[in-house]
Design a protein around this ligand. Structure first.
Ligand SMILES: [Zn+2]
Length: 1163
């Protein structure tokens, strides 16, 4: 070490003078100096002990005091001097916080202490006082907790102690001083610090540390609880090593720990030693990280022991840490179950025209016969233990901002610049002229005379009488595969008999006749003559008397709803399972509730209570009924009704319940069906329940949810519709349910359905409902249902609203895989007259392109779209002015098949359609293919839309917000230093969100993001922005839950707020018109000149980054009650808990730790 130089003393205080004397003595190594040094150090110690200010003087910056002291310590051979100096250091490091420790560490103090420890151990017996001093100091220097990475403690303490050979010295001291508590305590404390390093823990384990710890813990005793606590903490640290855990299990320590825990639980009646009890649990928790440990836990009756002790602790809030840790251990050890299904593949299969090799469907159906995909075999394999324990949350990319980390941001500037090449030749695109007839239409004078006199477009245009063929990918498709687009030219495909649906029967249940209650006489609403030629199973016997169905009179409240028209629409809707039933809510209609529905406040301890009830299934297994009451896989299932079970049904449009199992008298496990031609994507649900008892609390568990978190944990409730209430004048979907929570369960997911990841579990959504009426029929849904048939009904009603001023046209964009048509609407204002000026104004209107419902589970997007459409068809002056400003091209439902068949995410191709925009396949993704082609046509004809917006729903965030695309904001997000001066970007993309935030109470600007992510490169928003060149290309996300700002703060969202949002979107477009310069509107290809800058204030360009939130999926504040989503906590590989492991690996002595030799060789 360098010769320290004392700073020039100014006022030469006493202590500094002493230090400077000491420094001089250190320099000439005379034996005769020993006495003097001893004396001086003694004096310094005295000063420190008596005068507070001297401590500051010694360690003040630049004083060099610490160097002198450490140098003396290194040089001296004299025991008393050593003890003096150690006492001085103890004085200095006791107070003064981390800074003095930091100085000590930075001057090499740790190594000096460790060397002194090792060298003095070589001449036993070691001086006890010396050992005491050294260990007391070491405790101060080492990290206080494993994750302590503050600068003051020695981060490399673990490595240094091992490399200096100190581990066994301390361990031996412990071994030989078991009764000497004065020395034992600091030694154990140091041992705990050593053990927090994983390599050290392994080494200490080999030297018998576990056995010694158990010797100290001994039988239950309240004597020396401090010692007990340190020993348990050391043990817990040691057991983080899998090797030590195995050793401990082999020696039978798990039952020992359980009985020690029980002893403390029994004797610590006044709860004074909760920390000790918690430490015992921490040891058990670490032991159960390994499979062997979990088995030992079950064998030792651990479930029952922890369950019983926890139940006794529940009443005392201060014991929560014990209950929570116990619950974590029990969940971890709960034997993994398979879902009670024959396969996780969807019950229904749809034959695709072709199956892309390597695509998801090929993978799904190419498994060899007999492969059980419900659980993969490897779960039972010890070799994969690491995988199953090392859980990292995988997210489906939903609106996937969980995956939106820095890695996901597009950094390739080339990919952020527009592509100017047309992917399809214009000759092919020319066919889409058919969908843009307004640009060429010839208006006659009589078009403008009276309302409702619009001649069906194209009727007098001879060119359009020919069948319109939209060419598909030329190479793969012959003309025989081309589908005519116009409805009148569509012929039924030979494999499907045309629907002859013309009679509706309302059946009546015979047993219901005894009861005078009206609803009890309700059978199922069945559309006769379905594809199967008759009504579905079990209904024939219900024939006979026709009940008079009392339809709630909602005509005044729901102008767009008409039950009879709805049934008409259902008849032409083609579902894969050939549904013939109609759900009552869709038939009666839903009137928005005129009542505030607050976001539910979470009751403390709900999740814990539910988990304990789940654990009881194992402990009191004889109470479990396990009675299947509904099963799509086994249609003959529903057993004879003994009146004790609920009846379930979801065989109607958008329904998707697969199985219902009565677990206990009033508790049901429910399993959702996978998306068709897929084996996962469950979240959306819609099903019917009947045969309930009023006034009883029923618990429902949807046990195969997949997302790792949900707004159900943050106040969202499920929706319920009561037919009794509807008939009695309240036809509402109502937010309902209590004790709602969403947590990871013990049903394991097959890696086949989890993206190849093993050891994943499903999640449970649980809710409790008390029904009000006897003999009711109730429906539950994830969100307000909005079926395809409902869309068709609404469109028909809307088209009837057109006046002489409104230009409204509905085309079929294409036919879907399932044989349904995909409506495309064109809405604008009729030209004022047939004069050239008016026609020219009409044709020069910019295009606004809107779409919705590409994701079937996001029904909220349909309600927003309904609001938009209603506004556009209304006769308000603003609506007229908006129609005069733009030509609207709207695809209200991009994924009709998914909606009809109750999918959550995909189309019938088993794929997420919003990931197909880059290269949609004409056969497999027809709606996307033709929507994109239409956009390409618009661009090729100089009519690039001014705005593109795709409506979505968001399951994990509140409010409504937008995602847009900006090169600059994307580049800034990844690297603020990147020179962006060469990037030209207009700020117009910000105007619409900004306007919305001023106008729409549910809209939140701070949730908007304009960053382009790699994972989103094939979404509508990014492709339309980049390939079509629409600067204002957006995804608009509406919450499924509610708002945490604005007028509706604290309320759950309802259909009226969603529809209002859709209308306000229109109003914002009207204002956007005023902010947008006429130049831009006339010349779509020119660089955009914007007067919008007035609105968005470009002076503060740097501010733009600050107002852009880089949105993270999980934006909810943590609960007071810890919501634990991962029962599998495996700290072993957690870098946070091993701050110096990385350092260790770099410093490892290759000869020492054989267990880590692999890492050694890397270095
Ligand atoms: Zn979506």
């Amino acid at each position: 070490m360098n010769k320290p130089k004392m700073a020039a003393e100014k006022s030469a205080s006493r202590v500094l003078m002493l230090l400077s004397q000491l420094e001089r003595l250190n320099e000439d190594h005379k034996v005769s100096n020993n006495d003097a040094i001893r004396q001086i150090t003694g004096k310094i110690l005295h000063l420190l002990q008596t005068q507070e200010k001297t401590r500051k003087e010694v360690t003040s910056k630049g004083s060099g005091g610490m160097e002198v002291i450490l140098s003396s310590l290194e040089n001296t051979q004299d025991l008393q001097t050593t003890l003096n100096i150690l006492a001085i250091l103890n004085e200095l490091l006791t107070v003064g916080g981390g800074r003095r420790t930091g100085v000590f560490v930075s001057k090499g103090g740790t190594a000096i202490l460790l060397q002194m420890l090792v060298s003095s151990s070589k001449n036993p017996p070691a001086n006890e006082e010396l050992m005491l001093h050294i260990h007391t100091l070491l405790v101060k220097v080492g990290p206080k907790v494993p994750s302590d990475i503050t600068s003051s403690s020695d981060r490399k303490f673990g490595v240094k102690s091992r490399l200096n050979g100190a581990l066994n010295v301390t361990l031996n001291l412990v071994k030989h001083n078991l009764q000497n508590h004065k020395l034992l305590l600091p030694c154990l404390q140091v041992l705990r610090v050593y053990s927090s390093n994983l390599v050290n823990a392994v080494s200490l384990g080999k030297s018998g540390a576990l056995e010694i710890m158990f010797e100290i813990i001994g039988p239950f005793s309240k004597k020396s609880t401090t010692l007990m606590k340190v020993t348990l903490d050391t043990l817990a640290a040691l057991l983080k090593s899998g090797m030590n855990a195995r050793r401990a299990v082999d020696r039978g320590y798990l039952p020992t720990l359980l009985s020690i825990y029980q002893d403390w639980h029994r004797h610590d009646t006044r709860h004074r030693h909760v920390v000790i009890r918690k430490s015992i649990l921490a040891c058990i928790k670490n032991l159960t990280n390994i499979k062997l440990g979990r088995k030992a836990f079950i064998d030792a009756n651990g479930m029952r022991i922890l369950y019983n002790t926890s139940t006794e602790c529940l009443a005392v809030r201060t014991l929560d840490p014990l209950v929570n840790t116990s619950s974590l251990i029990m969940r971890k050890c709960f034997p993994k179950n398979r879902l009670p299904l024959p396969t996780i593949k969807s019950v229904f299969h749809h034959q695709l025209p072709h199956i892309a090799a390597g695509g998801p469907v090929a993978q799904l159906y190419n498994q060899p016969p007999g492969v059980d995909d419900v659980v993969d075999e490897s779960d039972e394999n010890e070799a994969t233990e690491v995988d199953t324990e090392n859980e990292t949350e995988y997210e489906d990319d939903e609106t996937g901002h969980k995956t939106q980390n820095d890695d996901d941001i597009e950094t390739d500037i080339k990919k952020l610049r527009p592509i100017q090449v047309n992917t399809r030749p214009f000759d092919e695109l020319r066919a889409y002229e058919y969908f843009c007839r307004e640009f060429s239409e010839i208006f006659e004078d009589n078009d403008f005379e009276s309302p409702r006199s619009i001649i069906p477009p194209s009727s007098d245009n001879s060119e359009l009488h020919r069948p319109i063929i939209i060419p598909t990918t030329p190479s793969s498709l012959g003309p025989q595969n081309r589908r005519p687009l116009r409805e009148d030219l569509v012929t039924p495909r030979p494999d499907e008999s045309p629907l002859e649906l013309d009679s509706i029967s309302i059946s009546k249940r015979p047993e219901g006749t005894a009861d005078h209650d009206l609803v009890c006489s309700l059978g199922r609403l069945v559309v006769d003559g379905g594809v199967n030629g008759g009504s579905v199973d079990g209904l024939q016997d219900e024939g006979g008397e026709q009940a008079v169905l009392e339809v709630p009179d909602t005509a005044a409240l729901l102008p767009l709803h008409d039950p009879d028209l709805y049934l008409e629409m259902v008849k032409s809707t083609r579902s894969v399972p050939a549904y013939t039933e109609v759900a009552y809510p869709d038939y009666f209609g839903h009137v928005a509730l005129n009542l505030r529905e607050p976001i539910l406040e979470r009751v403390y301890g709900v999740q814990r209570m539910k988990i304990f009830q789940d654990i009881e299934r194992l402990i009191h297994s004889s109470d479990i009924l396990d009675k299947v009451v509904y099963d799509l896989d086994n249609q003959s299932c529903p057993v004879t009704d003994n009146g004790e079970s609920l009846k379930f049904n979801s065989k109607f449009e958008s329904g998707n319940l697969r199985k219902a199992i009565q677990v206990r008298k009033f508790e049901y496990d429910l399993i959702l069906n996978s998306d068709i031609n897929s084996n996962h994507y469950h979240q959306w649900f819609y099903f019917e329940v009947s045969n309930m008892r009023p006034g009883v609390r029923y618990r429902f568990n949807i046990i195969n949810c997949e997302k790792s978190n949900s707004q159900f944990n943050y106040g969202m409730q499920v929706l319920m519709y009561s037919v009794q209430d509807a008939i009695n004048g309240s036809p509402h979907w109502v937010r309902t349910g209590s004790d709602i929570c969403y947590y990871k369960n013990h049903f394991s997911r097959s890696s086949i359905a989890a993206g190849g990841q093993k050891g994943k579990s499903y999640f449970t959504l649980t809710f409790t409902v008390t029904f009000q009426h006897k003999d009711d029929v109730c429906y539950f849904a994830y969100h307000y249902p909005y079926t395809y048939s409902m869309l068709k009904m609404h469109l028909q009603k809307l088209s009837a609203l057109r006046t002489a001023q409104i230009y409204y046209r509905q085309d079929d964009l294409c036919e879907t895989l399932g044989g349904n048509s995909c409506p495309l609407l064109t809405i604008t204002a009729m030209p004022e007259s047939s004069s050239n000026d008016h026609i020219s104004q009409f044709r020069s209107r910019p295009v606004v392109f809107l779409s919705a419902r590409v994701h079937p589970g996001e029904t909220n997007s349909s309600w927003v779209m309904k609001g938009t459409l209603e506004f556009l068809m209304s006769c308000s002056p603003q609506a007229q002015s908006l129609r005069e400003s733009y030509i609207f091209k709207i695809i209200p439902m991009l994924n009709p098949d998914g909606v009809i068949n109750g999918n959550h995410r995909c189309s019938l191709s088993g794929e997420d359609l919003n990931r197909q925009w880059q290269s949609p396949n004409a056969e497999l993704h027809p709606t996307i293919y033709h929507a994109k082609s239409l956009l390409q046509y618009l661009r090729a004809t100089g009519r690039t839309p001014l705005v593109f917006c795709d409506y979505h729903g968001h399951s994990r965030k509140k409010n409504v917000f937008m995602y847009g695309c900006s090169i600059k904001e994307t580049v800034w997000q990844t690297n603020a230093n990147t020179s962006t001066c060469d990037l030209q970007e207009d700020l117009g993309y910000r105007t619409l969100p900004k306007l919305l935030s001023q106008m729409a109470p549910v809209f939140s600007l701070s949730s908007c993001s304009f960053v382009v992510e790699r994972s989103k490169e094939a979404t509508a928003r990014v492709v339309v922005w980049r390939e079509i060149g629409v600067q204002r290309s957006y995804t608009m996300e509406s919450t499924l839950c509610g708002c945490d700002q604005g007028k509706y703060k604290g309320l759950q969202i309802g259909t009226s707020e969603l529809e209002e949002m859709g209308a306000q979107f229109c109003l914002a477009l009207l204002r956007l018109r005023r902010y947008t310069s006429p130049l831009e509107l006339q010349n779509h290809n020119s660089h955009l000149l914007d007067t919008e800058n007035d609105l968005i204030d470009t002076r503060g360009i740097p501010n733009i980054t600050s107002t852009t939130t880089y949105v993270l999926e999980e934006d909810e504040a943590a609960f007071l009650e810890e919501v634990d989503y991962s029962a599998e906590s495996n700290d072993e590989n957690d870098p946070d808990l091993e701050p110096d492991l990385q350092d260790n690996l770099a410093l490892l002595d290759p000869s020492s730790d054989s267990e880590f030799s692999r890492q050694d060789s890397v270095n």
